[in-house]
Design a protein around this ligand. Structure first.
Ligand code: CA
Length: 347
């Protein structure tokens, strides 16, 4: 592997970076960088609630993210994990429905049962406390609900109509290998729902994202899906997708191979830059290889309440958008990124 390029970029000095020229903007395959609402405006409202999506839409993002899993009766719902217990009251309502590992799986519940659940701010299963202490209170009687993919599409299309904007979908197929083991073909089901709502051509305002390259390859090469696809890349020790070496994808050869079935990559911010003794170390090599292969780069996840030590929001955004020239960014705080992009990359 090529060693990382070390750029001395004192964090406090990042605001002195020159604004990006139009020529620089053209360097990325996706044009003007985009803000992607990660699970909605989940820095402010429970993740994947329709309320969080409406708020993110109003904040002016280009895309809203949907993490999709299937119910027992095969309905795509929007929730981050194929478990229900970290963001709903499933353990209280259905105490005898957990599996041997103590977890409650969405695939074990029909949609009518999932509709009875109340969604809440993400909590830590071990401590029972909310993961991000400063966010929306987890203890509330507000009836937030787990939406179906269909309902969320209606929300986005409705808001696009009433606001005159054109916000896109950014659908993640969660753990297709798990759904396959449960006898469900999630790619077929989800692409069917999307097609029924008109998301069925190359120019449709949507990205499909997945950690599993086998699923993406199948959709593009066997199912002939014309939709734009993003290969998600994580750290191997997350064991997100069994049998897949994600870190090997972050090589020149790996990225050329991804470009055969995808239009972009989504990788963790710390795979692109890291702080070492007060210096920001940037992986310009990865960005160069990806752009040379025609791939857009959309890192995850920008959180103003979980920034690397001592880094300001603007310094991190400058490092990503100006220093590395990424093409988009997943964020829990859409307003911060939208305002930044409007300032740095005026239309
Ligand atoms: Ca996701």
């Amino acid at each position: 592997m090529t060693p990382p390029t070390v750029i001395v970029l004192a964090v406090a000095m990042a605001s002195t970076l020159a604004p990006c020229s139009n020529a620089a903007l053209a360097a990325g395959p996706a044009g003007r960088p985009v803000a992607i609402a990660h699970r909605g405006a989940c820095g402010y409202l429970p993740e994947h609630s329709l309320e969080a999506k409406a708020m993110a839409h109003a904040m002016g993002v280009a895309f809203l993210e949907q993490d999709v899993v299937l119910t027992r009766d095969g309905v795509p719902i929007v929730i981050h994990d194929h478990y229900l217990d970290t963001v709903t009251d499933v353990a209280r309502l259905y105490p005898d429905r957990k599996r041997k590992d103590g977890r409650y799986y969405a695939i074990d519940f029909d949609l009518t049962e999932i509709r009875r659940l109340t969604l809440h701010e993400r909590t830590d299963l071990d401590t029972g406390t909310q993961v991000y202490a400063g966010r929306f209170p987890a203890a509330t009687t507000i009836p937030f609900r787990v939406p179906t993919l269909e309902e969320e599409i209606q929300l986005v299309k409705g808001l696009n109509k009433s606001t005159g904007r054109n916000v896109g979908l950014y659908v993640e197929l969660k753990a297709p290998w798990f759904h396959r083991a449960e006898g469900k073909d999630m790619a077929k089901i989800v692409l069917g729902v999307l097609a029924a709502h008109g998301y069925d051509r190359r120019e449709s305002n949507i990205y499909i994202q997945c950690f599993d390259p086998r699923c993406l390859r199948r959709m593009r090469q066997i199912m002939r899906s014309p939709l734009r696809q993003v290969q998600l890349i994580g750290h191997n020790d997350w064991r997100e997708t069994p049998g897949v070496d994600h870190e090997k994808m972050l090589t020149k050869e790996g990225l050329v191979s991804i470009a055969r079935y995808a239009d972009g990559i989504g990788l963790a911010i710390d795979q692109l830059l890291s702080l070492r003794q007060g210096r920001v170390v940037m992986r310009h090599d990865i960005v160069g290889w990806a752009h040379d292969a025609g791939l857009a780069i959309h890192p995850y996840t920008f959180r103003v309440d979980a920034l690397p030590g001592g880094v300001t929001p603007d310094a991190l955004l400058d490092a990503l958008f100006v220093g590395l020239r990424v093409d988009g960014l997943f964020t829990d705080f859409p307003d911060t990124v939208v305002r930044y992009l409007e300032r740095r990359f005026p239309r």
